[in-house]
Design a protein around this ligand. Structure first.
Ligand code: DON
Length: 561
């Protein structure tokens, strides 16, 4: 019904309306559901749930499986964030973000004239922060896991040892990076072979299998000490890297207090700093709460104006106020305050676009298939995991640790390498996010969980660099304000404004032609953008069953029972 209303009201775009609308309701599952970026990883999670594992057990197994079957973002050489809600409504937030090595310093990516040397923070050994995933998974498992640790790593070991069939998308991506992999891995890697990869080819990763089996056996010590630590330090020495034995030994994932607020009666719980995600998401929700979005309708003229102006204002705050809370005093309470955000929206006009400041920020690069990955899991008891993990860009620094078979992140680029200079997502920052030894670089990752009337309602998150918060924001509005089911909310086209550059980046079908004309006439600069985000989410239906939304922009898959 809502679908018909929406599409009739913008008759000219009937086809694009229908493109993400579901003919029939997505399947609902009674017991448990796993939604990840790769079918093999979803299956690993599902089998763990069926074997009696809980959502955290499944998350640990999925994280390791993704490191094998989705190497552009799944990882053990990067970091991430997990938001967890148990069946009784207790929340926990785990920060396993990478940290700057002890030998890092504020100006390490600048040339003699003080200008950023862009490639240095993006490719090669120097681009890597100290990986956090293995310690993060160990801590998550120690606190909440039920099954034996080794049993959770084992599926990943098997996938690496025996191999798995590449999807068409994966084969294309590996082929397109052959030159770079060869350049940064003179000793060779499993990702490069003479002939081109094609769909269905088996990718076998024996070195990674060995590393994973050490982690299965020795947990944290299997990665941060011994053989794997030796390989990492050797890899650093082969290039320009600075991660030391001491950095590895000292790395610790941290439990943080989740950031929480409400939106139209729903409780929104998300990741606090060092991710900017939770604060920015809540600020955007607070900014639009006073406006009748559901009456205006999905991506209609007024809706678009309010959402864009909210996004613009929140990203301006992000650039100044957010950084690692262990190094910088983040004004969190102010930023998520209802009155503060309502006040920021007061100077918006419905007749013309606001102007972002004049600060030169460079233009948002087209996504170079930058990658992170998110997964959502709900188990039979009703515990929920929302976890986003990354090596930053697609395949991170492109450096595979020789002899250990895993990719290192290029997360150092998420620091502000110079005040006002844009990173690979066009994001700028200043002192709050300057490089310091041991500090964690500011993130946009936004693993989020919503409650309705004290019960689990929505588990959501996405990759997408700077677009992460706006994609999560829009997915929540799609469900709460526009009444979409989970798959529709995930498939619906997206747009993005991040203050600087002062433009609205939009997927092709995101804005109907009449609204486009109206917005352009009011001074909004609209630019086309390929896929924004890959949201994987779970909605709890009124009868308690679970509905998945797996993003059709990738190979993502919902698997439940
Ligand atoms: O932590 C961050 O915000 C970024 N490193 C995330 C990168 C990302 O999402 C790339 N994915 N498409």
């Amino acid at each position: 019904m809502l679908q018909q209303l929406l599409c009739l009201s913008v008759g000219a775009v009937l086809i694009s309306c229908n493109a993400f609308r579901q003919e029939k309701l997505p399947r609902a599952y009674r017991n448990g559901l796993v939604v990840t970026a790769h079918p093999e990883a979803s299956n690993v999670g599902l089998q763990i749930l069926k074997a009696g594992g809980n959502a955290v057990d499944a998350a640990v197994a999925v994280q390791f499986a993704l490191a094998v079957v989705y190497p552009n973002a799944g990882n053990i050489g990067g970091g991430g964030f997990m938001v967890y809600r148990d069946v009784d409504g207790e929340f926990a937030a785990l920060d396993f973000r990478e940290a700057a090595p002890a030998a890092a310093n504020r100006d390490m990516y600048l040339d003699e004239s003080g200008n950023p040397i862009v490639d240095l923070s993006l490719r090669g050994q120097l681009a890597s922060g100290v990986p956090g995933v293995v310690d993060g998974m160990v801590r998550a498992h120690e606190r909440f896991g039920k099954l034996d640790w080794a049993a959770l790593v084992k599926p990943a070991v098997d996938l690496a040892q025996k191999g798995f069939p590449l999807t068409a998308m994966q084969a294309r991506e590996l082929n397109s990076r052959k030159e770079s992999f060869t350049k940064y891995n003179p000793l060779g890697t499993a990702f490069v072979r003479e002939v081109e990869w094609t769909e269905g080819d088996t990718l076998v990763q024996p070195e990674l299998a060995h590393t994973l089996s050490l982690i299965a056996e020795r947990k944290r010590a299997g990665f941060y000490e011994g053989e794997v630590a030796d390989r990492i330090v050797e890899e650093m020495n082969r290039g320009n890297g600075i991660i030391s034995y001491d950095d590895l030994k000292r790395y610790e994932a941290k439990w943080r207090e989740p950031v929480a607020s409400t939106y139209r009666g729903y409780r929104v719980v998300s990741m606090p700093p060092p991710s900017s995600g939770g604060i920015a998401l809540i600020s955007m929700l607070k900014s639009v709460e006073a406006f009748p979005l559901s009456r205006w309708g999905f991506q209609q003229d007024s809706t678009m104006r309010v959402m864009i102006e909210a996004e613009r204002r929140v990203y301006a705050d992000r650039a100044t106020h957010l950084g690692d809370p262990d190094f910088y005093d983040v004004p969190q309470d102010m930023l998520i305050d209802s009155a503060y955000n309502a006040d920021r929206m007061r100077n918006m006009s419905f007749s013309h676009a606001s102007f972002s400041s004049d600060i030169h920020a460079g233009s948002l690069p087209q996504p170079e298939h930058e990658e992170t990955t998110h997964f959502s899991i709900v188990d039979q008891e009703g515990n929920a995991v929302s976890l986003t993990t990354t090596i930053n860009g697609s395949y991170g620094s492109h450096v595979v640790v020789a002899g250990a078979g895993f990719l290192l992140n290029n997360e150092m680029d998420d620091f502000s390498v110079k005040p006002g200079a844009p990173n690979m997502y066009g994001l700028i920052g200043g002192t709050a996010n300057a490089i310091e030894p041991g500090k964690r670089m500011l993130s946009s990752m936004t693993p989020t969980i919503l409650e309705k009337d004290g019960e689990l309602f929505l588990v959501v998150g996405t990759p997408g660099g700077s677009t992460i918060m706006t994609s999560v924001f829009q997915t929540i509005l799609n469900v709460v304000d526009f009444g979409m089911n989970m798959q529709e909310a995930v498939s619906a086209p997206r747009f993005h404004h991040q203050w600087l550059p002062d433009e609205v980046a939009a997927e092709k079908e995101a804005i109907d032609p009449a609204v486009r004309r109206s917005l352009s006439g009011s001074g909004y600069k609209l630019v086309d953008r390929s896929a924004i985000g890959r949201v994987d989410a779970i909605l709890v239906l009124p009868d308690g069953s679970l509905q998945g939304g797996a993003d059709p922009r990738g190979d993502d898959k919902a698997m439940g029972y």
